[in-house]
Structure formats: C-alpha cells, structure tokens
Write a protein that binds this ligand. Sequence first.
Ligand SMILES: *Cc1c(COP(=O)(O)O)cnc(C)c1O
Length: 386
Amino acid sequence: MIPYGRQSLDQADIDAVMAVLQSDWLTQGPAIERFEQAMARRCQAGHAVAVCNATAALHIACLAAGLGPGDRLWTTPNTFLASANCGRYCGAQVDFVDIDPLTWNLDAVALAAKLEKAERNGTLPKVLVAVAFSGQSCDMREIARLSERYGFTVIEDASHAVGASYAGRPVGCGEFADMTVFSFHPVKIITSAEGGMVLTNRPELAQHLQRLRSHGMTRDAEQMSEPSHGPWYYQQVELGFNYRITDLQAALGLSQLNKLEGFIARRRELASRYNRLLNGLPLTLPGLQPEAESAWHLYVVRLRLDEISLDHRQVFEGLRAAGIGVNLHYIPVHLQPYYCDLGFAQGDYPQAERYYAEAISLPMFPSLSDEEQEYVVGQLQRLLEE
Ligand SMILES: *Cc1c(COP(=O)(O)O)cnc(C)c1O
C-alpha cells in the first residue's frame, strides 16, 4: 500500500536519538532548547516553546491568550479536531467560519461578515485559530487587519505548514499572528514522533507558555510572590500541566529540521507534477493564494461528480483497492456528534460540507517516487473514466 503520508528517517536521525539515550538527559535536557532555538531561527521568530504535541500547544496558546469560560474561539470546520477542541479545554464556546471555495482555507470574507454581525450582537471571539490547511496559510494579511479592528488574538495552526512562507517570510515569524503552532507528528512535514511547538514574538506570552507547559511552576524570582527560600525553591503561580517534550524527541526533531529544505523542495516538485499530470481530468485541483508558498503537507483533489459516473465513495474505495492509501482531510468538525450536541447541524457551513462530499487526499511525502506517483494518477484516471 502506498500511504498518503509517511516520515522520512535516515541514519543521522537514528544517531541523534541514540546520542541522547547515551547521555545524562532523557528529558528536559539540552536538545530541547537547541530545537527551540533552531526553529525560532528558521522561522525568524523571537521565541519558541516546545511541547509534547500540537494539541497541547494549541491548548496553552489559548490559555496564554486569556481564553476562558464565557469567551469564544472561532476556527474553520475543515481541520483536525484539535483546532476546535483547544477552545473547549478552556471552557470557551467554539464557533466556525466557512471555507473559501478556492483554497479550502477559512474564508476571510466570511470572517469579516461574521465579525460585523458579532460586534452588533456582543458575541465577538477572543481567539481565532487560523489553520494553514494543507500547508498554505490563510489570507493572514486580512486576518491580522481584522484582529486589530476587533481585538481578537490570532493563533495560526500551522501544523501542516512547517517550512512554508507567506508574504515572503517564513510561517511562524509572527508578522501576522500572535502565536504560531506546529506539529511534529510523523505524517507532518518534519517529525519528533510526538511533538509540538508554539512560536511567538511576544516575550510575556513565551514566559507564560513555558510556565503552563510545566505545572504553572517558576524558578524565576521575578515571577514569585515572595523572596526565594533557597536554591531548591520554586513556586506554582497558576494551574499548569505536564506538556513537556522529551530530549529524545527534541533531538529527533532537530535532526529532521536539518533536512527541512530538501523535504519541502520534493513536496513542491510532487505538487507541480500532480498539477501537470492531473490537468484535464474531471477534478478541481488545489487553489493557491498568491501570497502563500505552501509546504504541501497534503495534496487534495475534488471530484467533479457531475462529470463522472462513479460516486465519491466508489472512487475512494477503488483507489484503496488498487493499493493506494488515500485519505480524506477533513470531515467537517461541526458535524462530529460532540459538536452536534453543542447545537451545530448539517447545513451550517455549506462550503465545508460540499468540499467533504468531493475531496480525496492523494499520497504526498518526500520519498514518494515519480513512478509511484504516476501509478496513483493512472489509477485515478481509470476510475474517473469508468
Ligand atoms: C495534526 C494536527 C493537529 C494536532 O497535532 P498533534 O501534534 O497530533 O497533537 C492540530 N491541528 C492540525 C490542523 C493538525 O493537522
């Protein structure tokens, strides 16, 4: 089976992890800070805080933004559950903004209209989670403008977008978002097995994120309510978590980061080959927004169902039967039973629902060969012509 995504590991990655195993530190050692600093440098960000996964990163980013009960978080329905769940962890209400039919990202025009209405009703969000779907940022320039106008915090969920850029600068640089979250899950662009990170340019947010990742504890005298009792002393100044990443994971992430540019180059090459090979088939190909350079975590096509005889499920199953591990990103979050129980229903976000009825994620990962890709295209073509 050709999977839709897979990690690329080599001997250097294995050696990096082995070196940590043979060192004095398995967790909270020097590799974590090195990984953080290297990511901050690569992304031109002031601060980076590594945690155990991107879901935890989203959770503490929301808390650092001050999100709590009575507040609202908005995001896109076309995302992984975690982009919405982080709001629920904080006791906030979650609401969605429909997607742009071209890029399949949160639609900044729909956002502007919804904000205008929310201002009249007193239901403005405190946080917007702008997901860089498939590796391509949203219209971040417009989102940043709206955040100034309406006063919400922008968290870019760039779990798909390590190594991407926007407006000529790396995603994570903080020009258009208060905080940026990355995932290092094995299907993503680079991996630390499990791992996540928050990048920000605001020192007070970075300090808060560091405390939240480790029980709300501090050893910094300036953050304490009274003078230190001695060298052993620490204080818990708020409720935090154990969201730490291990040194083993950070060493793997750092080693992977050395290969990021090559991974991105191959993903871009595969994307342009798909664009060329699929041209002319009854498909809608990914729409690009001019300011964004995608990291191409996913390559999604939409079936033009009125031009083919098989239905969506038959094409999907036909590809699986041909040994191609296609997938579907994403089931609209608002249609999950948990969110339906909160009042959402079919029909709420028609663009995301229509997308879901047509989308298929094709294999996309750096070690996918040209021949494998041609096989995928050939099988897809066969099914579309059936
Ligand atoms: C993978 C993913 C997450 C969660 O990442 P983990 O590191 O697995 O917690 C969050 N948001 C999006 C958009 C993702 O794709």
